[in-house]
Design a protein around this ligand. Structure first.
Ligand code: MN
Ligand code: MN
Length: 454
């Protein structure tokens, strides 16, 4: 596989860089599943998408979306053929590893106030201490109102964070293995240190509660019905002296979610109905109402059938089993600092384009969705016909580890599914790195798939 960089004309290179500017801007404002959903809907509306309305009939070219609880969204462009003949679908996840706030988080310890947390997804806990964190999310009150929280992104905002032990006193800690050097229960975020005027026992906590009351109108008990996430503070940045890469929080999987979203937003009407589904909870098993296991997507397809040629249980089953899907999720990029975990004939490299994984899984392909050879052949043709730079890889050496995506969940509906996404370094670290060429090629790949997969 050749690097994509060499095929770009000066003009094309400008286009690549401009596309990635849009990507960086979007990611800066979409650091949680809720923020991503909100911003995806704003972008979709600008491109002529409207919320699905049960009382409306749909025809070819109509563009609609379904918003599932503000954390999961499905978009559709109706095609010329009956929906029963199958859809071309892009599926990506919009949740990322992070540190969630517990339901009863606040406590005071010797004049310091902290928030207790429970981390979300697979993280190396030692990477998340001693860095600036911002607080994002929503607090829902008993009166039905809710307060959006976003603290730590603006220059003038304060940031929060979790302390690490100073090296001077870390003799015992340094003997521990990386897995146990920081205990999950010790990921407590420091949030305040000024006492209030009262002589209550916990005056610093009282002061923090006064601030929360004044600025957000919330009581301590409102944390019970909240979804608050600590994420790395700061915007996506150009990476490298040649600016060829991006470093940002949550590129797993917002790199693929954004490029898939742009793929459908820039889609013309085709024979097939096309769809993009952006799901929550992938990092913790895809369960629940907003995860890929939810019946939300099937329900959407049933609604689309009903609004076009009429729905039936059998038509819905036909629509699903005649569909083709790309599970748009990031892959791992070769890292010269850790060459021993890769087998280079089957490894994704920066700059060589979107990476297709015929299968994922670990230790003997366990848990893998394994795309059929026939489907992979069709994919190769679509990519070649559209001059998309792509590579075909595995997730590291056999028996080194591995991973999974939402691929198998949708394949279980008996549709063709293959994994394909942008290779990243430092996956699941606070800041992940990806190549701009790969981000652009993924966007091209997703557009080509929606247009040409038959
Ligand atoms: Mn992922
Ligand atoms: Mn992940």
């Amino acid at each position: 596989m050749e690097t994509a960089w060499k095929k770009y004309s000066d003009e094309k290179l400008k286009e690549v860089m401009e596309f990635v500017q849009g990507y960086k801007k979007f990611l800066a404002d979409a650091k949680t599943e809720r923020e991503f959903t909100e911003n995806a809907i704003i972008a979709a509306k600008k491109k002529g998408f409207r919320p699905f309305n049960k009382n409306e009939k749909l025809k070819a070219g109509d563009k609609v979306y379904f918003n599932n609880r503000g954390k999961n969204v499905a978009l559709f462009v109706i095609g010329k053929k009956p929906v029963e003949e199958g859809l071309n679908i892009l599926g990506a996840h919009i949740d990322s590893p992070r540190i969630d706030i517990k339901m009863n988080p606040l406590y005071e310890d010797n004049g310091l106030v902290l928030m207790d947390t429970h981390y979300y997804g697979g993280i190396k806990k030692y990477q998340w201490v001693a860095i600036p964190l911002s607080l994002h999310g929503v607090i829902c009150k008993k009166d039905g109102s809710s307060v959006k929280i976003n603290i730590g992104e603006k220059d003038e905002d304060p940031v929060l964070g979790i302390s690490d032990l100073l090296i001077h006193l870390a003799k015992d800690q340094m003997q521990k293995t990386a897995a146990s050097v920081i205990d999950g229960e010790d990921l407590n975020a420091l949030v305040g240190s000024i006492p209030s005027d009262s002589d209550s026992k916990e005056t610093v906590k009282e002061n923090i509660l006064n601030i929360l009351k004044k600025e957000y109108g919330i009581e301590e008990s409102d944390f019970i019905s909240a979804e608050l996430e600590l994420v790395p503070a700061g915007k996506p940045r150009d990476f490298g002296l040649d600016r060829s890469m991006v470093m940002a929080y949550g590129q797993d999987d917002r790199a693929c979610a954004y490029t898939s979203l742009m793929g459908i937003l820039d889609s013309e009407v085709t024979d097939k109905t096309v769809s993009c589904i952006l799901v929550d909870k992938e990092e913790v098993g895809s369960n629940g109402t907003t995860g890929a296991h939810s019946s939300f997507f099937e329900n959407c397809v049933a609604e689309i059938l009903e609004a076009t040629d009429g729905n039936s249980d059998l038509k819905l089953r036909h629509a699903l089993e005649n569909s083709s899907l790309i599970s748009s999720d990031v892959s791992m990029a070769y890292d010269p600092n850790y060459p021993n975990v890769f087998e280079n004939k089957n490894t994704a490299f920066f700059g060589k384009g979107i990476s297709f994984n015929k299968f994922t899984g670990s230790r003997g392909k366990s848990g893998a969705n394994d795309a059929s050879a026939e489907y992979v052949a069709k994919i190769r043709k679509v990519m070649d016909d559209n001059n998309v730079s792509c590579q075909f890889s595995e997730l590291g050496k056999v028996d080194q580890g591995g991973g999974g995506t939402i691929a198998y969940i949708l394949a279980n509906k008996n549709m063709n599914v293959i994994d394909a996404g942008i290779p990243v370094q430092n996956m699941h670290a606070p800041f992940e790195t990806a190549s701009k060429a790969d981000i652009y090629e993924a966007y091209q790949a997703y557009k080509a798939f929606l247009k040409d997969m038959d």
